[in-house]
Design a protein around this ligand. Sequence first.
Ligand code: ARG
Length: 588
Amino acid sequence: ALFKFEEDNLKASLKSLFTQAVQAAYPENFKEVSLNECANSGLGDYQFNDAMHLFSVVREVGGCDVKSPREVAQNIINMLPVNPFFENPSIAGPGFINVKISDSYISSKILQNFNICEPRERRVNTAENVNYPRVIVDFSSPNIAKEMHVGHLRSTIIGDSICRMLEYKNIETLRLNHVGDWGTQFGMLIEYLNDEHDDFVDTIGDLQSCYKLAKKRFDEDTEFKIRSQAAVVKLQAGDPKMLEIWENVCQTSRNEFETIYEALNVRISERGESFYNLMISGILEELEQKNIAVKSEGALCIFSSFEGTPLICRKSDGGYNYASTDLAAINHRIKYEKADWVIYVTDSGQKKHFAGIFDATERAGWLERCEKSDVRLSHVGFGLVMGEDGKRFRTRSGEVIRLKELLSEAESRCYDELKNRGTSGLSEIEMKQTARKLGIGAIKYADLQNNLSTNYVFSFDRMLDLKGNTAIYLQYAHVRVSAVLDKTQIDVQNVTPQEFRFKAKEERALALHILKFAESLDSSLQDLMPSRICDYLYTLSSLFNDFYGSCKVIGDDNEESRIILCHATASVMRRCFFILGIDPVYKL
Ligand code: ARG
């Protein structure tokens, strides 16, 4: 693995116990074991159900005298090492092994993890046991002179959350914005600006309309087309006048992108396509020498080792394209940036493109490392954002949605909602700030929560619903727990472990879920699925609401215990909000 699992990853710890047991009981037939959460919580918390399969293998090989999968299960149980997690596993049905995590383990772990009662040194990762990887996340990546659209918004939000997971785990993360700032389109744009605008435009609106008009003229007017092509050549050769116009165009777009990043509170470093321009020819030469890129009908192509259309990496007119740049970029990231893992976040429409780039990278031998494990490449593809009418998300008149307007609409809807309720003790300023956090958070959550591969429908009504699986629901749960912590007089530092016990079943359920944070984080990161953190946080909030609905906290005999649970809940909620890039609110 490229990163270390959390020390407190309960599921991983249990899995390793079962691995040891199976290895001891059936060394010949050992293979990777699996472990699940129990579907029926009455039976236990985790379940091991490989005994049935193992029985069929053992029986086939022969020489073994077990008569049933239950017997296999018993043999495995006999080999389980003594451990702090559970005591007596049980066998159910044909041979499922169920384990129930002991209450004393749950409570002591919670006290320990949240520095309650027994303050201890913060866990430090020592250099010898962690091989820190260096990860590059390529995300957002809008195009100069064009509209930054909902797809880029989604990439920005998902990419930021992936970076946050890595950063949470102390992994060195380089956030790169592969801005589309190079290519033939700049020739026509420069020529058009030269003809019509004295070279410069200040506003993004003007720039975008110029882009459209330039494109139109390019398609209709041959003389203009020839001039535009000549302009690209001049630009790429470093003509100062051309570069100046280009630089100005980039700056105008950049200003626009910045406002979006600021509203979303996303950090990212720009390293656009132009950065790689001078590296392309050398890279293509290397690929040609290695026989990976071959000339075909005038173009330079890479035929992948799998089915599909070849990757064109130099057009027949000699010009470079999107793929040429990506080949140079991936090489640079591995060779010079020393990345151990490169992650790309785009819509799933680019799946084939990246499959081709990754395939070429592997065949070129760029992934091989001497000491460390090989470089890992991932493409995180996500579905389209759809409108409520089931078509691509557009405004009513069919225009692309302006992101700024989208964000401010979420905000103003939240503001109106707060204003209309009129019950909160928020001042006007607090109401504005809260509306902003709620609105932006709701958009982010809607983007993150959806399964990556499916298209999703953008609906303000749905994402701002108080009751569904929405950021607003989560925010309310967080406000509730924060309010309890505000009210109590109990100082948890003075509580002794003996005082932390679960009376109601809701308390134990909440506590166990709190401990599952580590496994949820590890699995989200392993599979690059922030939606798992969303699911985790949603369940946490629901379990907290169940607990809060059935257990009195303030003034109860069990107030101390329950306050500890509230502390741990609030702390884990805030970690999740951090990872999702959502600002939690404390008062509503
Ligand atoms: N600019 C591209 C687009 O708008 C996304 C770039 C993604 N990153 C990359 N290295 N190709 O679709």
